[in-house]
Design a protein around this ligand. Structure first.
Ligand code: SF4
Length: 389
């Protein structure tokens, strides 16, 4: 097969055509594709930025059930939107969605604007989501470029631009625009999303099934796996915590709401005590020996440096019996951080008395649904449930 004869205008046009024909036959049937309502497109695209399609589907359906309109989202209590997002992670995304919904109510008469410039003024909506909404809902010829699309185009054109670098986006933007369908831009973008997810996959592209095979330069050269070029991400910084699972005589656990600022803000967890890696490993090996030191005030470096937590735990210290072995260990990866959590179980003495502030609760573990728990906390509860089975 001849290479590089394909990128004239006619070939660009037929590429777009071939791709949307393929999409018509092969598209994934997904709940947000039932219609092109911009709210649905928006919610689904934000969810899909962080999670696989199959995981997103129930979250999407529930989200639309709880907040059927932009107005409902704008007016919902924050705790409710966090609950709807629980387990998806990246909670700032749903908080931003609510701010954007409020912007739409006040600045755009409660309707998503069809103008990309307006859409991009909304909190949390960047070029990818903006392009998806503008093209799918309003038939605007705007690309929606994410990692999948960059992978496909880097292979189509043998592009060596580093997809991790923001400046490469311009290169991909120009290439996608040059080939985009002007009649069906929304379907073109969705076809690319599907192609990247199901055919031109990262490790084993299914070139034999690919509707763009005849246009693909890397396929012709057999170099598909050399693309995309992506510089390595910085390694996540490890952090080590003792997670204090403290139970009272009513079989309720003590939970603490995280502060208004910072990671997982306003979510509920067991109190987390930050320790060094060495301390963590020592606790892991010999908890019994160290349990007394655990909650001695000088060792309590609560993650948020909250003085009130430190004070509270120091008070509790007198009233708790720690189990001699930790219950288990959980790791959780954030974008730049890796948490290691050692679950330390303690039973509060029957005469335990404690005034609770508004950011503290005692709750039976099976009722944890009533609070917004981050994924890391859910993993700990899962381990505890397994141990008690
Ligand atoms: Fe990707 Fe292969 Fe299709 Fe090229 S031919 S776009 S490498 S699946």
């Amino acid at each position: 097969m001849k290479s590089r004869t394909v990128w004239d205008e006619e070939s660009n046009r037929t590429l777009a055509q071939d791709l949307v024909i393929w999409y018509d036959e092969e598209k994934r049937l997904l709940p947000w594709r039932e219609n092109t309502d911009p709210y649905r497109v928006w919610v689904s695209e934000i969810m899909l930025q962080q999670t696989q399609v199959v995981t997103v589907i129930p979250y999407f359906l529930r989200f639309l059930d709880w907040f059927p309109t932009i107005k409902d989202l704008a007016e919902a209590p924050e705790a409710r939107i966090l609950k709807a997002w629980e387990g998806l992670g990246y909670y700032s995304r749903v908080r931003n969605m609510q701010i954007a919904a409020q912007q739409i109510m006040t600045e755009f008469n409660g309707e998503m604007s069809s103008d990309l410039t307006d859409i991009l003024t909304l909190k949390g909506i960047g070029p990818y989501t903006g392009g998806a909404i503008a093209s799918i809902s309003f038939n605007r010829v705007e690309p929606a470029i994410d990692g999948n699309v960059m992978r496909v185009y880097s292979r189509l054109y043998c592009l060596s631009d580093d997809i991790a670098k923001p400046k490469s986006r311009k290169v991909f933007d120009a290439k996608v625009r040059a080939t985009m369908s002007s009649e069906r831009p929304g379907d073109f973008n969705q076809a690319l999303m599907d192609l990247g997810a199901t055919v031109c996959t990262p490790k084993a592209p299914k070139c034999e099934e690919c509707p763009l095979q005849k246009y693909c330069e890397s396929y012709q050269k057999g170099t598909m796996l050399d693309y995309p070029v992506k510089s390595k991400k910085q390694k996540a910084v490890p952090k080590y915590y003792l997670a204090l699972a403290m139970e009272n005589k009513q079989h309720e656990y003590y939970f603490k709401q995280r502060p208004d600022e910072g990671l997982l803000r306003k979510m509920w967890t067991f109190p987390l005590v930050e320790v060094t890696k060495k301390e963590y490993e020592t606790y892991l090996k010999n908890w019994r020996h160290y349990q007394e030191q655990l909650i001695s005030p000088e060792l309590l470096v609560a993650e948020s440096s909250e003085d009130d937590l430190l004070e509270k735990l120091t008070e509790i210290e007198q009233q708790i019996i720690w189990q001699t072995q930790p219950l288990g260990e959980v790791t959780h990866l954030f974008t730049h951080l890796k948490w290691h959590l050692l679950i330390c179980y303690g039973r509060l003495k029957p005469d335990f008395k404690q005034e609770l502030a508004s950011d503290e609760r005692f709750l039976p573990i099976e009722e944890h649904q009533s609070l917004s728990f981050p994924k890391a906390q859910q993993k700990m509860i899962q381990i505890m449930n397994e141990k008690s089975d």
